[in-house]
Design a protein around this ligand. Sequence first.
Ligand code: SF4
Ligand code: SF4
Length: 206
Amino acid sequence: MKYPKLRELVEAIKAVVKGPYTSKFPKNPHVPHPNFRGQVVYDEDKCLGCLACVEACPSNALAFEDIVEGENPPKRVMIHYTDTCIFCGVCVDTCIRETGDTGIVQTNEWELSYFDRADAFETIEKELQLCEFCGAVIGTKDHLVWIAEKLGELSYSNPTLYLSRLKELGLADENISTVYKDDGRSDRVKILCAECRRRTATYPEE
Ligand code: SF4
Ligand code: SF4
């Protein structure tokens, strides 16, 4: 006959004294352990819409859609599909914002039943910044301002960044123009996508 190991014996005695480890869910609500990793949720105020988490998600539970046509202002919709999320927390670790101040956070929420799987998603919206020349999507306004603030005075080497910051502060003229015929130089002082920045910097083209 094999005798139980000491650890197993201790566990058995504890179980007799404290009762079973399992909860009586669904009769009683289940309270997860404080370290339990449950559903992640976007924080609309803190998320910058930078898409780093979307790139990193191993189960394609995060997605986005840029809505430009017929939307004023244009917006980026960040989508979290709760049915494919595996609660791994990679998105939280990947977030470009500081730990403890991330744009997506892990909760201990685990009860995620839906009658229709098509309802198993949550969204937030971020305002987009379009190129002031060609209308292409540059990124979200919050992301550009965040980068400008991170760079500080270095952001003044990039008109797209410093103008985003100044417009956020209400300190930039929305309609910068010149009375001189300047071969497009005034176009440089605009919020531009990379292609238009290149074209205005090398203007006039052959
Ligand atoms: S917790 Fe994991 S699976 Fe869920 S959205 Fe974040 S990275 Fe994707
Ligand atoms: S700020 Fe964080 S949560 Fe928001 S899109 Fe970027 S990485 Fe994702």
